[in-house]
Write a protein that binds this ligand. Structure first.
Ligand SMILES: [Zn+2]
Length: 135
């Protein structure tokens, strides 16, 4: 397997682990204590999940982006293939926009962790980033 194929396979594995709410370093199901509360670190590999203050801002972007894309696609689908009125659509998509981000919260954080570890893996704890530098 070439280096490029290895990287793609690793990225795909990390994204699948993210969708399964698994630790991006070891694959353990160690991310969440409750629906909205994460563990501070993985109980298997001790990876600290929140690297720095504000780290999960990227997860908010993922959550927002997925919510907007699904609402847009859904509204176009309803517009083209059903006779749902505009008022009904507004009610539906406002409700969706309020509820879906809560349901997708865990996945957005896990996916953010996976994406971050695709581009900047943490191999050993204590140094912060893989290259030992902080931004
Ligand atoms: Zn782990």
């Amino acid at each position: 397997m070439s280096d490029g194929q290895h990287r793609v396979a690793r990225a795909a594995r990390l994204l699948v682990w993210g969708l399964c709410l698994r630790c991006p370093r070891c694959g353990a199901r160690s991310l969440f204590r409750t629906w909205f509360t994460m563990y501070e670190s993985c109980f298997v590999c001790q990876l600290r999940f929140e690297r720095e203050q504000g780290y999960f801002l990227g997860a908010m972007y993922i959550n927002y982006g997925v919510t907007v894309v699904l609402a847009l696609i859904g509204s176009f689908v309803l517009e083209w293939w059903t006779t749902v009125s505009l008022a009904q659509q507004l009610l539906l998509w406002v409700g969706f926009g309020g509820l879906f981000p809560l349901l997708f919260f865990r996945y957005s954080r896990a996916l953010w962790l996976a994406v971050d570890h695709i581009f900047d893996p943490v191999e050993d704890e204590g140094s912060g980033d893989s290259d030992g530098k902080r931004w």
